[in-house]
Design a protein around this ligand. Sequence first.
Ligand SMILES: [Zn+2]
Length: 195
Amino acid sequence: MDAWKSAEGWRQHSGGAAVRRSGKGLDPAAITSKGWARSLWSFSGGDGIVEYAINDRGRGRGNLPMSRTEQDFIHRTFELLDRLTGLAFKPVSSPSGADIRVYCAGKLGGSEGVACKRKNSFDVYWKDKRGWDLTAFEKYVIRHEIGHALGLDHPYGSGGNRRYDTKDTVMSYNWVGNTTFTPTYIQALQGLWGA
Ligand SMILES: [Zn+2]
């Protein structure tokens, strides 16, 4: 059972929204969810060592195997997060016992990505767009969903909040082409997990 599930609503925001900037940067607290972070802490066994498993062989109904390119991007993302935060990320081959599990899905019921809180893990899915290749949009979705697993939320609880876009944080639905970790994203994670 899903105690919590974020089925994303990107469909309404495709094509890039016209964002009205307030002139002020996005407050890292506006994308912080202490509840989700507490879950990850508890999944990790309270040691801050987060084990993650990549479903590279596409096991399970509806899932696809991953190319080396796709796996490398996910590993690189966790390596970056390891350097940026006080958490340590450790790849494991077996999904049982992993704190975060990453899946490539063929279909996601119209959504581009999903993060599910299970009993003992976060399961993160992204929808495949281009076979073995990884588009910039897929990279953005992967970093958005992993952000949820680490305790990040949409800007003020709303992915479509038109004041913000992915230049503020990949936690926005308003994708303007970038996949990078912004200062807001990094500061929010450091607020939760230390530097
Ligand atoms: Zn989301």
